[in-house]
Write a new protein. Structure first.
Length: 299
């Protein structure tokens, strides 16, 4: 018996101003941001930014990513008080302004250029209140002196333990067949329950289709009212649900009934003519019984 689980993932839409590759990095950055991991979020935003290098063609997308990086870096600075986020923001803003100046040499007063330049001046003013070397990389750590390993004595040979005798597995021919009968009874009971649900689905479909037929048989000169039209549509939907319920539970009832009959048939066989093992299993989406049966031919 095979159980197929279909998982449907609903992904957040990619902004239309971003390329598909940049949109993937932007979605990853948003996941990091929602998880409170601001450093990886900035890295993903910047990776998306670098995938859109044309300041003229990718103008809207680059502005969107620049705003995300600026907001995240300011959040990092507010949370840690360190100068590194401001230093990185200053460098990104300068890179953005330089790219806009190259893309629009005849329009130095472009709105995006003036906005990025103003933000760059704000960050520069904030950094001016910090030490002059705030944005300089830290000096490299001194190289650690090599530590020579101390000589260790060779370990004494350990005596080889004697091989433990292999226990003889218990003969599984002595397992009573009542376990199979119990499993068969539970499976048949489940099949009976599914048959009951199938019957309910068939009855529901029949009632709803009869109601639809009564409404649809009205004279042609007597149009349906809005309430009758709504009832007609709802009845058709309920009839379809009833049919699907009947088909699904009917198929499951057929499988479980066949399995239950098989278990009872195996229980009637002689314990000397079979080997079997049964193990129940369950998952969040269902449960079942795994049965391994090995039949031996006559000698």
């Amino acid at each position: 018996m095979l159980h197929i689980l279909a998982i449907f993932l609903i992904a957040a839409p990619i902004p239309v101003d971003l390329t598909p590759e940049a949109g993937e990095h932007n979605a990853s950055a948003m996941r990091f941001y929602d998880a409170g991991q601001l450093g990886p979020a900035v890295d993903e935003f910047y990776a998306a930014y670098r995938l859109m290098p044309d300041a003229r063609r990718d103008r809207a997308g680059r502005e969107l990513l620049l705003g995300s990086m600026r907001s995240t870096l300011l959040d990092m600075h507010a949370a840690t008080g360190e100068a590194a986020p401001l230093c990185r923001l200053q460098a990104i803003l300068k890179e953005h302004v330089d790219a806009l100046m190259l893309a629009y040499p005849d329009d130095p007063g472009l709105l995006e250029t003036r906005s990025a330049r103003a933000r760059h001046e704000e960050v520069t003013a904030d950094l001016a209140a910090l030490p002059d070397d705030a944005c300089e990389p830290p000096p490299p750590a001194p190289a650690a002196l090599p530590v020579l390993p101390s000589p260790t004595p060779a370990p004494a040979p350990r005596p080889t333990p004697a091989a433990a005798p292999t226990p003889t597995p218990a003969n599984d021919h002595d397992v009573p067949p009542r376990h199979l009968r119990i499993a068969g009874g539970v499976t048949l009971g489940l099949g009976a329950g599914l048959l009951g649900v199938m019957t309910y689905g068939l009855i529901t479909e029949g009632r709803q289709r009869a109601y639809v037929a009564d409404i649809a048989d009205k004279p042609a000169d007597c149009p349906l009212t809005p309430d009758e039209s709504d009832d007609l549509r709802a009845s058709r939907e309920r009839a379809l649900v009833g049919r699907q319920l009947a088909i699904g539970t009917g198929a499951a009832a057929l499988v479980t009934t066949a399995l239950g009959v098989t278990l009872f048939a195996l229980a009637r066989r002689s314990a000397r003519a079979k080997r079997w093992s049964a193990a129940p299993w369950w998952t969040p989406s269902g449960a079942g019984l795994t049965l391994h049966v090995k039949l031996r031919g006559a000698r």
